[in-house]
Design a protein around this ligand. Sequence first.
Ligand code: ZN
Length: 487
Amino acid sequence: MKSGALTPHCLLSSEAVCYCPPRMAKLHFWGAVGTVTGSKYLLEAGGSRLLVDCGLFQGLKELRLRNWDDLPVNPASINWVALTHAHIDHSGYLPRLVRSGFLGPIYATSGTADLLEILLPDSARLQEEDADYANRKGFSKHQPALPLYTEQDARAALKHVQSVGYGKRLPLGTHLSIEFASAGHILGSGFVTAEFQDDGGRPVKVLFSGDIGRYNEPILNDPSPVEEADYLLVESTYGDREHDHHNPKDRLAEIINSTVSRGGKVIIPAFAVGRTQLLVYYLRELEEEGRIPVLPVAVDTPMGTSATRLYLKHKEDHDPDMQRFDESHVNALSTRHFSLVHGREGSKALDAARGPSVIISASGMATGGRILHHLAHYLPDAASTVVFVGYQAVGTRGRRLLDGEKFVKIHGEMIEVRAAIERVDSLSAHADSTEIMRWLSGFKRPPRTTFVVHGEPRSAQALHDRIASTLGWPVVIPVRGQVVDLG
Ligand SMILES: [Zn+2]
């Protein structure tokens, strides 16, 4: 095989070891290949190791079990971690990494660093609850069942986090540097460009897209244009789909007005970070435009409350509209009759209050959290409406309600569904296929190789084909465990 060439063997092998002659730089695909969770990519360059993203595998048991596998290298041998954003499928393995011996800094933008303070301890509590549950039910192989990590491990990992501003090149050792550019997906999300020098001293850029956000959405900046990279890893969550591009405000106004005319409440299960803030922004606009009446609006999720404060704090992430609110000291993430609910008593008081109102609560798929007691209260009420605004995975209560089931079990009780069940599809935080192509069209030269990652096989293949046919770029879909020589 010729020196410097990307060999077909490297690109197509599913073996853990690449048989290329040793070179200066290698890229290892450990997670979010063939699936959308467990993002982890190791870049070896100049004798050092940079792990980009350190996510948990989530969803099906077969995927979750991968979190218990040892990493292919000793965690103590990894020098640095860089995170594209705080979502658990990109950050949730950090406590385990640190517990297994990783000693270095974890670099993230300021917004990501703050969100990790909320998300990692929460993830640890879920791990601990799962282990407790397994012990009580006696279905664990291990006696006793242990959590993947504890809240203490999460706190230990947080001590390694160091924040870095967007657009600031950070040298790591002598041969490598990283830089973040805003990705517009959630607060603090960034594209990470790692740059190293090849054996001829030429700069080589590897760009990790993380999750790509939406264009023309309020609050956060659009995905930053990127002009070049030698190697590109691009996400493909919606590689085979287009979002509904109707204005979500029209649908929300329609649903709210018809519920108000029946005298009911609007209950919205929503993801606490990102979608909750976007919903409140739209509700404020609809009120100001006189398209809905001024109603009590409550955000009833402790994480949503904390996240809303962080969204207001991190002005570096704000788009021009949001900046205008900042300058005029108007809170854009609030309505006229707005509350961030504290404590369980405040939460219960919402259900006792009479008259129409809007309650936004988590979890987004109605699998747990405070949304459950609101659902138990209002699902039997034909005047009320439950509105789903995010993806509802198979097997969740959210999915069963959307599928039209007439009874759902909540806290052990069968609850009759008489409320209207609605969905608003256009509120996804991920770019769709056309939006990903729009971002790629900013490149002034094609990357030497584009790796399509972070997608189910069908989505990844669809994006692969679209890039190959529309842009004519060299593009591959890597497999888990693959190692590619970057020459
Ligand atoms: Zn994400």
